[in-house]
Design a protein around this ligand. Structure first.
Ligand SMILES: Cc1cc2nc3c(=O)[nH]c(=O)nc-3n(C[C@H](O)[C@H](O)[C@H](O)COP(=O)(O)O)c2cc1C
Length: 298
């Protein structure tokens, strides 16, 4: 019989998500409340925007895709993220009014890293962070759209964290050891992620959530997750496995391209409605009550 090896982490992640099934608990349940508190702020949902970059203006709209989804985040009161960009673009994101965490690249130009983080804090960002999973590339250190990346040491990360007063998020954590290191360095959140499959055979983020949650027990560190999330069922499973919130990703791009911020609002509303439905059907009235008692790993 033919045996097909699956190095593609995106495919393995989808398979893992689909292998998790949900049990019902209906009696004494009620319509659930999906609101969450993150870093002292109340949000309507544990659904997060993805940390995207380089989205163009779709359908000749005046705002580009990054601004469009930020407008949706503001209108829906959900936590927004953005990725690689210059300060003028980040200012335009903040002008949408969305509460936004800026994920800065691990640039070789360390002055640029610090300057972007300071600019973010000075101009009202909700948080800052770094996607450490873009340090390396197949030729050694990564080059992203012509910009050189560099190795990042614990001392460097600690110094970024100490340089800002807003929450610091490390994006691209995929092991228990790294999660604990982030906590020790003072990060306020991690994003468990393989950055849409950069690493061949990367473990599905959802698969390591339970052990990462256990490793961070008693630590004041939020656990976010992304990769392959596009439905309320996906978000529910992530929360059941130990995440505090989960980001949609490329799943929202078709809606964004066709209908801009309105499309994103419709998409996220659908995701959140399905999450609320599943929470109600499994006896969880609030997001913080969700645990793994109603999921079955097949
Ligand atoms: C167009 C695009 C741009 C992205 N830019 C960044 C970035 O600048 N920084 C970052 O941390 N992640 C970036 N990501 C990765 C996403 O934040 C996220 O980790 C990934 O898309 C999740 O996987 P999924 O799309 O399969 O859900 C980007 C992804 C896409 C599709």
């Amino acid at each position: 019989m033919a045996y097909n090896r699956i190095a593609d982490a995106n495919e393995n992640t989808e398979r893992y998500m689909d292998s998790i099934l949900i049990k019902e608990r209906l009696i004494d349940s009620a319509v659930a409340d999906t609101s969450v508190e993150l870093f002292g702020e109340k949000f309507a949902s544990p659904v997060l925007m993805p940390a995207f970059s380089h989205l163009r203006q779709y359908e000749k709209r005046t705002l580009n895709g990054l601004e469009e989804y930020s407008v949706a985040a503001k209108n829906m009161n959900i936590l927004n993220f953005v990725g690689m960009m210059e300060n003028d673009m980040f200012k335009r994101i903040l002008d949408t009014g969305a509460k936004t965490i800026r994920i800065v690249k691990p640039y070789a130009d360390n002055g640029k890293v610090r300057e972007q983080m300071k600019f973010a804090e000075d101009n009202g960002a909700f948080g800052v962070g770094m996607d450490i999973d873009h340090i390396f590339g197949m030729d050694g250190l990564d080059v992203v759209i012509g910009e050189q990346m560099a190795e990042q040491t614990s001392d460097m990360i600690r110094s970024y964290i100490e340089s800002v007063k807003i929450p610091f998020v490390v994006k691209g954590v995929l092991s228990e050891e790294e999660a604990v290191k982030c906590a020790d360095l003072g990060a306020k959140a991690i994003i468990v992620s393989h950055h849409h499959g950069r690493l061949p055979y990367a473990v599905p983020p959802m698969m390591v959530l339970p052990s990462i949650k256990k490793a961070l027990e008693g630590r004041d560190v939020k656990i976010f997750v992304d990769c392959g999330i596009g439905s309320g069922a996906d978000v529910y499973k992530c929360l059941a496995l130990g995440a505090d919130a989960a980001a949609v990703g490329r799943s929202m791009l078709p809606a964004l391209e066709v209908e801009g911020s309105l499309g994103v609002e419709k998409f996220v509303t659908k995701v959140n409605s399905e999450l609320r439905f599943i929470m109600s059907c499994t006896g969880f009235k609030t997001v913080d009550q969700i645990d793994d008692t109603c999921i079955v790993r097949t």
